[in-house]
Design a protein around this ligand. Structure first.
Ligand SMILES: [Zn+2]
Length: 109
């Protein structure tokens, strides 16, 4: 096992070699993690059930696995104070556009 593999194993769930994801065969939907000897280290895995060669690289991990908490950061609380101040000024320093910041914070920005 190389250094990179060691790092990956450390990051992804307890030393298993599945990158912390559930992998399903693109062809037959078999749960490949539970297939004997399953590994993502080579970048592909041949389904033991149907023989289909699946891409098991990180590129093929669904978005929901990559960043489960990254979805709505930009919607409400994600506005920086300087952005908020720009919008606030462009609305004539309207209190409806203070985005939870105080007048002092917006004036400082
Ligand atoms: Zn299969």
């Amino acid at each position: 096992m190389g250094l990179f593999d060691s790092i990956l194993s450390g990051i992804f769930s307890g030393g298993s070699d599945d990158k912390g994801c559930d992998w399903y065969c693109d062809e037959c939907d078999a749960h490949m993690n539970s297939q004997p000897g399953f590994t993502t280290s080579s970048g592909e895995w041949t389904c033991t059930k149907c023989g289909y060669v699946n891409d098991v690289t990180e590129d093929n991990i669904l978005d929901e696995y990559e960043n489960p908490y990254d979805d709505d950061d930009d919607d409400d609380e994600g506005l920086s104070v300087s952005d908020a101040a720009d919008i606030w000024r462009s609305h004539g320093e309207d209190e409806d556009y203070m985005f939870g910041y105080t007048r002092e914070e917006l004036e400082d920005a």
